[in-house]
Design a binder for this molecule. Structure first.
Ligand code: ADP
Ligand code: MG
Length: 681
């Protein structure tokens, strides 16, 4: 049962509940009829023929044309899942995997986790015997290769959303090309919302001219699914806006005032933006007495029940406003959108191999993204797109396409995965887009100092193989392994679980003081990681009570997830033959284990600094403790941080105090130079 949006007669804006509805919720025709109306339906025979006769088929089609939900079903109907084989469909985003799998089970009228299932990291909703169609993240499919290098259980692998060029998609494409040589019977489908088909086809063109050819054609087929998108009228602002969140909200208000009914999709950059926008809209609607707006957030960390609200039908006489990250750009199809408000920004990953700093920053989108966003307005009838940037900016300053993620990422995880798959010559690997040699070298250097790679750049045994086996950032995996030696693995897997979650605190605007006070109850002088241990302990002692969480400004869903992830980590460590052990309050052991993984992220308080400025030990970058940290304003001399976020400055999130001598102990090679020059003893 899907949750439904319900009217809130008093407030005007909001609200929804998760009470279930009895109807299927769709006002037009049966699911089967809807399926047949999708653009991709007319291409069914062509697609199946192409897959039959070609090793690789590239399918380009607009968002909403039915690629993701229909093609796996066509393949199944055509028998590609018979004889114990499976059909895989990958997505870069976890949330899309869940949403699409759910939709397909509804269309097929089967139970999720049986014939159709999905797998994302730490969540496997499949059945080994029953599942024939499997949706999964590209990252999870890469992991599966560690046990099954040729992915032999799959007959067809559909790499969806290839235009996103996520890091894992690119690695996967490179590996699939290799697998194809060994498995001529394997079929690959690459599907994408934008035309980049030619370069993809060139990449997969493995035809060897002189050889006698057997089996499927090696040259990829390209199919273009003609959509029926309606015209979208584009509007620009006359002058650049200074605050895109405010500007988005006032644009929504004026659409609501002046335009015909129809839902609004607003593209912002992240949860913080989205929460602010919803609050502003609620206030504005209330103060102006405007009725009939229902606002819904959409971002990747959203709890499952809230995700479903996005897809539930808008109540009659209401206008739904979805505030989304770029997840709604192409990964998810939303019905009923007539108006799009485009901030022109998204959160993007950037990595600088010189400073070895990776950041998620709010950055301008490309023209290709802007066009996709506008296209979301033309699905049901002619629509309008309001761009919160000038026409001049669009024409003259926006880049044409985005940069593949592999060229703007830290490659530590990527390198270790390829190494684990036995790919030794990583620089010579056949990539759809080559990463920079500097980033590669940085990654090799870090892995070497972690003790994961040996002098010949091969995985060490057992450390290297064990780190590769744990599906987490290698720095975290190393921390876990170190904790086993230090006798604090019980504590460290709790910390690892918390770090894998966006935040365990409830973001509450306006009551910052209460939140800070709540945090103080758990705060540990050693830093955030130890604070997490206190929260976890409190939660367990409360008997996992949601009331307790509420009282302490702790996100109950996040804590449930922590417990789930922790269980998984426990299983993984058991599989690696590592027993769990508690240090019984010996916090120094915990901190040493953290340092063993994160020594590269060490920073020192600048002497005589009045504003809490730190410099990273290795590259002397200016960094500051994030205001959300329990060590904010405490400013201990030496710290290790988990990650950086960049806004006006580079902020270190999740920090812990250390003794600098641990650094040289943990990574002598890494800190050789600093030992003499910059770490005062
Ligand atoms: P594509 O992958 O080409 O972007 P999809 O297969 O995701 O297209 O979507 C095809 C159609 O299926 C959409 O136009 C929409 O009508 C319907 N649909 C997809 N996902 C959902 C969902 N979660 N809820 C309701 N309808 C959906
Ligand atoms: Mg899709």
């Amino acid at each position: 049962e899907r949750p439904r949006l319900v009217d809130d007669e008093e407030g005007g804006v909001l609200l929804y509940t998760t009470s279930s509805s009895s109807s299927s919720g769709f006002g037009y025709g049966s699911l089967e009829k809807q399926r047949q109306r999708l653009p991709v339906y007319k291409y069914k025979t062509a697609i199946l023929y192409s897959v039959e006769t070609h090793a690789t088929t590239i399918i380009v089609g607009e968002t909403g044309s039915g690629k993701t939900t229909q093609i796996p079903q066509y393949l199944k109907e055509a028998g590609w899942a018979e004889g114990g084989r499976m059909i895989a469909c990958t997505q870069p985003r976890r949330l899309a995997v869940q949403a699409v799998a759910t939709r397909v089970t509804e269309e097929m009228d089967v139970k999720l986790g049986e014939e159709v299932g999905y797998t994302i990291r730490f969540e496997d909703i499949t059945n080994e015997k029953l599942t024939r169609v499997k949706f999964l993240t590209d990252g999870v499919l890469l992991r599966e290769m560690m046990d099954d290098p040729l992915l032999s259980k799959y007959s067809v692998i559909m790499v969806d959303e290839a235009h996103e060029r996520s890091l894992s998609t690119d690695i996967l494409l490179g590996l699939l090309k290799k697998i194809q040589r060994r498995r001529p019977e394997l079929r690959i489908i690459i599907s994408s919302a934008t035309i980049e088909a030619k370069s993809m086809a060139a990449f997969f063109n493995t035809r060897r001219r002189r050889e006698e050819e057997q089996g499927p054609t090696k040259e990829p087929a390209i199919l273009s699914v003609e959509g029926r998108g309606f015209n979208v009228e584009i509007f620009y602002v006359d002058d650049p806006v200074s605050d895109y969140v405010r500007s988005a909200v006032s644009t929504v208000m004026s659409i609501h005032d002046q335009e015909r009914m129809g839902d609004i999709l607003v593209f912002l950059t992240g949860q913080d933006d989205i929460d602010t926008a919803i609050q502003l809209l609620t206030e504005e609607a209330q103060s102006s007495g405007k009725q009939g707006l229902v606002s819904v957030p959409l971002y990747s960390g959203l709890p499952r029940a809230d995700q479903d609200l996005v897809f539930s039908p808008t109540p009659r006489g209401k206008r739904k406003v979805i505030f989304s990250t770029n997840i709604a750009e192409t990964s998810l199809t939303l019905e009923g959108i007539v108006y799009v408000v485009d901030s022109g920004f998204s959160k993007q990953r950037f990595y600088n191999p010189i400073s070895d700093i990776e950041n998620l920053v709010v950055a301008p989108i490309s023209k290709a993204s802007a066009r996709q966003r506008a296209g979301r307005a033309g699905r049901v009838r002619p629509g309008k797109c309001f761009r919160l940037y000038t026409e001049d900016y669009f024409s003259n300053e926006m880049s044409v396409v985005g940069i593949p993620e592999i060229q703007r990422s830290n490659l530590v995880s990527c390198v270790i995965q390829l190494k684990a798959l036995g790919i030794d010559n990583i620089l010579g690997f056949d990539w759809p887009a080559s990463p920079s040699p500097e980033s590669m070298i940085r990654a090799l250097e870090v892995l070497y100092s972690l003790g994961v790679l040996d002098d010949d750049a091969k995985l060490t045994s057992p450390t290297g193989f064990q780190v590769a086996e744990i599906p987490l950032d290698p720095l975290i995996s190393k921390m876990i392994l170190a904790s086993c030696e230090l006798g604090c693995s019980e504590e460290i897997i709790t910390i690892a679980a918390v770090l894998s979650i966006q935040s365990i605190w409830i973001p509450v605007r306006g009551v910052q003081k209460q939140l800070d006070e709540a945090k103080l109850r758990f705060a540990a002088a050693e830093g955030d990681h130890v604070t997490f241990l206190n929260v976890y302990k409190g939660f367990m002692q409360s008997n996992k009570s949601s009331k307790w969480c509420h009282k302490n400004f702790i996100n109950y869903h996040a804590m449930r997830k922590v417990i789930e992830v922790r269980e998984q980590l426990k299983r993984i460590t058991q599989r690696l033959g590592i027993g769990l052990k508690s240090c019984e309050g010996d916090i120094q052991a915990v901190k040493k284990a953290i340092t063993a993984g994160f020594f590269a992220n060490a920073a020192r308080l600048e002497p005589f600094s009045h504003n809490g400025m730190y410099k990273t030990l290795r590259t002397s970058q200016e960094v500051y403790i994030h205001p959300s940290s329990v060590l904010f304003r405490v400013n201990p001399k030496f710290i290790v941080y988990h990650s950086l976020v960049s806004t006006d400055r580079q902020y270190m999130r999740n920090v812990i105090t250390i003794d600098p001598s641990w650094l040289t102990e943990a990574a002598p090679h890494f800190y050789q130079k600093q030992l003499h020059s910059s770490i005062p003893q």
